[in-house]
Design a protein around this ligand. Structure first.
Ligand code: MIC
Ligand code: SF4
Length: 757
């Protein structure tokens, strides 16, 4: 079945004329990113050459996707907007709440029982508002979107940072917080800072052990975790067209790890093949008919320096397999340098577990290449040294790889197949012995490897690699094993070498599935009731946050000065906390518990300025709230890196933090803070971070004349009676200032719905 074919046809019908108009307005050939952005301007937005990295522009995305851990908050917000139905096609995917422990079926059954209340809520609210619902076990949002909904030249947003995966099918797909999704579902425009453009030319062709994952691992090393902030990465060149569509998806997916707004590739044969293989020949035919509009103009790719803000070139013939980590996805080590790097950094070299799959690397191609290595275990008389797990990205992939005997081969090397869900990638891994917190090494094909992310153990060092390399490492049980050059000793004592991986881009017998796990919404949702029990521990209706009091903020307490990396995993940890994603007050008990306090180098230990005692961050903030005192959080570079979870903004908002003042922000988190009515500020002079002292009382001056582009003043009153006055920048436009004043964007929508605006 092809979903929303009419929508796709409509987009394609107007795309040629819109692209032509944009080319004329900008007076130059266009990149693919520009073609998609300019053909999705919100109605009435004038066609003009918007300044990249400066102008906010309103867009009209074609669709919205939400996963269960973020959909709860997104839909609780939507429920307050007074709308009857979503304005654009939208879907919910149940993938984040399934704990991986024993094996797929058992774990899925347990999750269905444990999360019954939440799944019922999501299913009925989806029904009510016309949203497609993918049941638990159907698969991970981004794989399901790629298989069913993504289309070349389309624009979508999703409440998950890895929504960008759909760039593999030539979309502009962007990760957002739930409040943004709520706007679009409510029929409003969606605002984005016009992104800068990074062009990456891929020359040569992948070969041997190198795979698409290595392209993005290399790019992460080049650009770092913040190098893509407020930019779209557009890939092109012969290396791009020679690669599979799902491989492109992998590259785009992990573009979230460099902070990129999104990444994309021009429409080509590989996309057409993938569309046909996934039952969407009609979409392929429609795309073929306008294909020159679904890729960058030839002049752009011939002379990229003239049209992109930054350009890089990677020669795939020379590219080595990489391992990135530990603790950050941009610490890139080519496989040939791993022996040296591991010795230098004293990384444990015994690989305990190899994990493949997840939303980023669970295509048929990935699994078939990994299985070609698993097969060699028996063929060459080897024994797999590490544990090995697989999390398929969708039921369609799982069913097909089972039919083709891959799962059987994996089971022969002792593999565990987990449910089609996020599982170990998001701390939903009940790993035996993790509570002992032993220092150990794992290798996985996921995309993130922040501390504690997979198993909750801060001493697990996770390295990210291609599924092929993960499989080889699991077989060898050694982080320094280089399959390109090294041999292994088999059970007979012989030296054997692994042959390079080989596999099929798409299943020769086609994809198959018995029950994909989709539930269409009720034709008439008006009679569906959505139940949220008042004593529920998992769900809580939202109340509007208070509007701004109309004055400068005075006498705020410093809650925490966070030191170093502070990702959304540090601000609102996942794993066991995921169960409270629909209950703002309960989940607020994890607020900032992973952040390191600058003053004592400890996590979850801050000075309570009322008592002078050190205590957990959430309890300390609750004490300030009870005393009706506002507070402020200080952070370092790229604060809020990683996920789209708006809980990282809503928790501080709910508990009474007023300001987050940092050296720099990650894009989605900064927007989430603004949406929730917080003040998201940056040090005008980064060195001023050092001036903030533990007992400071802080004023924010200039709010009564809060204006786009105009700095605010921060006064730090130190305990010794001295003070420092520093300047804080902000990136609020007028609409965002209105959100701040109203106490949050939702209050603005709500008042519009009530006709009070
Ligand atoms: C992630 O990979 O960090 C997540 C879990 O998918 C998040 C969303 C969430 O926290 O629910 C993301 O990437 O946005
Ligand atoms: Fe799920 Fe991990 Fe993908 Fe996030 S990155 S959507 S947690 S599989």
């Amino acid at each position: 079945m092809v979903f929303d074919l009419d929508l796709i046809k409509q987009v394609y019908a107007s795309m040629p004329s819109k692209v032509a108009a944009a080319r004329q307005a900008l007076g130059k050939p266009l990149t693919l990113s520009e073609k998609i952005l300019y053909s999705h301007l919100w109605k009435g937005v004038p066609l003009s050459d918007y300044a990249r990295g400066k102008d906010y522009v309103d867009f009209a995305p074609d669709r919205v996707a939400m996963q269960d851990a973020t959909a709860q908050m997104a839909l609780l917000q939507f429920d307050t907007t007074g709308r009857k139905k979503v304005a654009v096609p939208s879907t919910v995917h149940c993938d984040h709440l399934i704990v991986a422990k024993q094996e797929g079926k058992t774990d899925l059954n347990k999750a269905v029982a444990d999360n019954e209340e939440v799944y019922n809520f999501l299913s009925s609210i989806s029904n009510k508002y016309g949203i497609g619902f993918w049941k638990p076990g159907a698969g991970i949002i981004h794989q399901v979107v790629l298989e069913n909904y993504a289309f070349p030249g389309g624009m979508m947003i999703g409440t998950d940072s890895h929504t960008v995966n759909a760039g593999g099918l030539g979309m502009i797909a962007i990760g957002v917080g739930g409040a943004d999704a709520c706007d679009v579902m409510a029929g409003l425009s969606w605002e984005l800072l016009m992104p800068k453009l990074i062009g990456i030319k891929l020359t040569g062709k992948l070969n041997g052990w190198t795979s698409p994952k290595d392209v993005i691992l290399k790019v992460a090393g080049l650009l770092t975790v913040k190098g893509g902030t407020n930019a779209i990465v557009e890939y092109f060149g012969e290396g791009a067209t020679s690669m599979s569509c799902t491989g492109k998806g992998t590259i785009c997916n992990m573009g979230a790890e460099i902070g990129a707004t999104t990444s994309t590739f021009g429409y080509d044969e590989s996309m057409s093949r993938y569309l046909k293989a996934t039952g969407r020949a009609e979409v392929a035919a429609a795309a073929d008919a306008i294909k020159e509009h679904l890729t960058g103009d030839p002049e752009v790719y011939a002379n990229p320096k003239k049209y992109f803000d930054e350009v890089y070139e990677i020669d795939l013939n020379e590219l080595e397999p990489h391992l990135n980590g530990p603790f950050t996805p941009d610490l890139a080590t080519p496989i040939s340098k791993m022996k040296e790097a591991a010795a230098k950094n004293n990384w444990p070299t015994k690989v305990e577990v190899g994990l493949i799959g997840s939303c980023t690397n669970s295509s048929y191609e990935d699994i078939s290449r990994a299985v070609s290595l698993a097969r060699q275990v028996a063929q060459k008389g080897l024994k797999t040294k590490a544990e090995f797990t697989i999390t398929p990205g969708s039921e369609q992939v799982r069913y097909t790889i089972e039919r083709d005997g891959f799962l059987e081969t994996f089971s022969q090397i002792g593999a565990t197949v987990f449910a089609n869900a996020c599982g170990p990638c998001i701390g939903m891994w009940d790993r035996m012995g993790a509570e002992k917190q032993e220092r150990n090494t794992i290798v996985h094909s996921f995309n993130r490897n922040f501390a504690k992310r997979a198993d909750g153990n801060p001493n697990t060092l996770a390295f990210v690699a291609s599924p092929e390399l993960v499989t080889a490492m699991a077989i060898a049980g050694d982080l320094t094993f280089n399959p390109l050059t090294d041999t292994l000793t088999n059970e007979k004592g012989e030296s054997v070498k692994l042959d390079p991986p080989a596999g099929d881009e798409l299943p020769q017998k086609g994809f198959a599935v018995e029950d994909a796990g989709y539930q269409a919404p009720a034709a008439d949702g008006s009679k569906v009731t959505v139940d949220v029990k008042s004593d529920s521990k998992r769900l809580q209706l939202l109340y509007p946050f208070a509007a701004w009091e109309g004055t400068d903020l005075k006498d705020l307490r410093l809650l925490i000065k966070a030191k170093g990396k502070c990702t959304t995993d540090h601000i609102s940890m996942a794993g066991p906390w995921l169960k409270f994603r629909g209950h703002l007050d309960n989940i607020s008990n994890n607020m900032l518990i992973g952040a390191i306090n600058y003053f004592n180098d400890k996590a979850d230990s801050v000075k309570n300025q009322l008592t002078g005692e050190y205590g957990p961050v959430p309890a300390t903030q609750r004490a300030y709230k009870a005393a009706a005192m506002g507070s402020l959080v200080v952070g370092d570079e790229n604060y809020g890196e990683g996920s789209s979870r708006e809980h990282a903004a809503m928790e501080p908002r709910h508990l009474g933090v007023r300001v987050v003042l940092v050296k720099s922000f990650a894009r989605i988190h900064e927007t989430n803070l603004k949406k929730q009515g917080m003040l998201a500020l940056t040090f005008a002079n980064k060195a001023d971070y050092e001036l903030v002292q533990e007992d400071d009382r802080i004023d924010v001056i200039g709010l009564t004349s809060f204006t786009p582009g105009k700095s605010l003043q921060i006064v730090l009153h130190h305990q010794d009676g001295t003070s420092d006055r520093i300047e804080a920048h902000h990136s609020y436009n007028q609409q965002q200032i209105d959100w701040f004043k109203a106490g949050g964007a939702l209050n603005v929508i709500r008042s519009q719905a009530l006709g009070m605006a």
